[in-house]
Design a binder for this molecule. Structure first.
Ligand code: LLP
Length: 419
């Protein structure tokens, strides 16, 4: 459920007509609904209420906008960050350092140092090498870093290959059969407080079974580690729950997910941690775009919109589907291809799709663009960096400016030997 609805024939974000935002900010522009964000955050948090000791670290990569993080911080969310930049955002949004988890295979020494300095709650280690390096840095600072070991459970998440992370051939985590030995070695290293295990098998998962299989496997590993005399107090189960992008698709609900987790982890006796991204932010945003023109094709007409793959990369990268609807639908549909202005064929949002009939100048939106939308935008073809707006009832504000090509050009330098 979201708060992007037709009122008097015009698509609104909560109480704000999208044409009002488009007229003042221009297009393309991401528009987020605060009410939708809050609702998703609460539904997920409340569902986890069946678990005794759950903490949520929002996957900042899915939507790092400062205002989005502020809303989630107010709902008691921590953050799962994967770079120094994301960590600084989470801190700037007022998230408690203790509620921040630092993930990722390539944390640099500088990022580790900064994380320790800031007092972040947990480093999710992706290798023994990384653990030893973190231990050394922490010890040199006279500190102890809390950490969990990421395990690769070798489970097929059944999602798109480019967003699957829990198979042995993926770069993430340590191999399952070596994990207990690595944990034991790291647990004995000064500077480290090894407190648990973590896993994340992939994103946009449509079924709970792969997650259940992976959690069960890692639960067994936890027992093995404890039997070896080591302590496990925290288990971080990652993110990954998918959302419907097409009308009619059915995805696991947070309550079903929580019930499964309760069933599998009932006797673990740990603090459970979660790193949801898309399930919180996916439906909270749309990308508003204007039709530049409709061009005749050999087959279907080409609807050329002013958003492109640099603004919303998911269709080009993962053949992802985003519903496309007119802001003021005329009650008619036609079959068309939807493309952006960028000069490569991957700049295609949809082929042979039946959509609301649109003509030059019409506004339309790509739905479910709140996760992995603006955050993956770039300036390819020297296009502006897309702005973001947040709506709250009848109020709205630009929460990230459009960055003009001129600003980017101004940051470039021509060396003297070229002048
Ligand atoms: N935790 C870790 C360690 C992750 O790598 C990810 C996502 C998450 C949590 C959050 O996963 P979520 O709940 O959002 O599925 N750009 C892709 C998605 C990449 C996901 C990367 N990792 C897309 O647009 O579909």
């Amino acid at each position: 459920m979201d708060h992007f609805e037709l009122k008097n024939g015009v698509l609104h974000a909560e109480d704000v007509p999208l044409p009002v935002i488009a007229a003042q900010v221009g297009t393309p522009v991401y528009v987020y609904s605060r009410a939708t964000l809050t609702r998703h955050a609460r539904v997920f948090r409340d569902a986890l209420g069946v678990l005794r000791n759950a903490r949520i670290a929002f996957a900042v990569k899915s939507n790092p906008n400062l205002s989005v993080l502020k809303v989630l911080a107010a709902e008691g969310y921590g953050a799962d960050v994967v770079s120094g930049g994301e960590m600084e955002r989470a801190l700037a949004a007022g998230m408690a350092p203790d509620g921040i988890v630092f993930s990722g295979v390539g944390k640099t020494a500088a990022e580790m140092r900064r994380g320790i300095e800031a007092g972040i709650g947990q480093f999710n280690l992706e290798s023994e090498e990384e653990g030893l390096e973190l231990a050394e840095i922490a010890a040199s600072m006279g500190r102890v870093a809390s950490a969990a070991l990421r395990v690769n459970p070798d489970v097929d998440a059944g999602t798109h290959g480019k967003i699957s992370t829990g198979k042995a051939e993926n770069k993430f985590g340590v191999p399952f059969d070596r994990a207990a030995a690595i944990y034991a070695r790291l647990a004995g290293t000064p500077g480290l407080n090894m407190r648990g295990l973590t896993l994340h098998i992939g994103s946009q998962l449509s079924k709970l079974e792969p997650l259940e299989a992976a959690f069960t496997k890692v639960g067994g590993l936890m027992e093995e580690i404890r039997a070896g005399g080591h302590t496990v107090t925290h288990m971080d189960l990652g993110g990954g729950i998918g959302v419907p992008y097409k009308a009619g698709e059915v995805f696991p609900q947070p309550e079903e997910y929580a019930a499964m987790v309760a069933r599998v982890t009932g006797n673990w006796g740990v603090t459970l941690m979660f790193e949801p991204g898309r399930v919180i932010t996916g439906n909270t945003g749309v990308l508003v775009t204007q039709v530049i023109r409709v061009k005749e094709g050999a087959g279907n007409p080409w609807v050329v919109v002013d958003a492109a793959m640099n603004d919303l990369a998911r269709p080009a990268l993962y053949d992802a589907w985003h519903d496309f609807v007119a802001v003021e639908p005329k009650g008619e549909t036609f079959e068309a291809n939807i493309v952006g202005p960028i000069c490569e064929s991957s700049d295609t949002f949809a082929m042979a799709r039946t959509i609301d009939t649109v003509v030059r100048g019409d506004l339309a939106v790509f739905r479910t663009a709140g996760a992995y939308g603006a955050t993956m935008a770039n300036t390819y073809n020297s296009r502006p960096l897309v702005p973001e707006v947040m709506v709250d009832g009848d109020k709205w504000a630009v929460v990230a400016d459009r960055i003009d090509p001129a600003t980017i050009l101004a940051a470039e330098r021509v060396p003297e030997w070229l002048a």
